[in-house]
Design a protein. Structure first.
Length: 139
């Protein structure tokens, strides 16, 4: 009864977590799978494949970022900096949504798709930035 009066829910521990609307479902991609698919980016002129790989990479990065934000301590989440970081994530998800939707529908402009494929290939394959970050975090 006290919870109802004070407006508290039974599970208050997740109250300050980053909500990731639109990032749930559609599988949880593993980095190794994205890495192996990324080797095909820009090869030939397969717009469908490129759109899928780019979308998976963007979704992976947004989910990973959201999970890292949710793993912070409750005090950090409640701080001004913590709330600002969560707001930045939320705003980024909203701003990237039209791009992700166009990639999902395979309607992304070919000029944009080609450049995104080059950027993703550089980040994933050529420079391997993500694997470096993963190894650094695991040390």
């Amino acid at each position: 009864m006290e919870e109802v009066i004070k407006g508290k829910s039974g599970n208050d521990s997740n109250r300050h977590d980053v909500v990731m609307p639109g990032l749930e479902g559609e599988g949880s991609w593993e980095w190794e799978e994205i890495f192996s698919k990324a080797k095909l980016l820009g090869e030939g002129d397969d717009a469908t494949r490129d759109c899928d790989i780019i979308r998976e990479f963007i979704m992976y990065m947004l989910k990973r970022w959201g999970r890292q934000l949710n793993e912070r301590s409750e005090e950090v989440k409640r701080s001004a900096k913590g709330r600002a970081e969560a707001g930045t994530h939320r705003q980024t998800v909203e701003n990237v949504r039209p791009l992700v939707e166009s990639l999902s529908k395979y309607t992304c402009n070919s000029d944009i798709r080609v450049h995104l494929a080059q950027i993703c290939r550089l980040v994933i394959i050529d420079r391997d930035y993500i694997r470096l970050v993963i190894l650094t975090l695991n040390e």
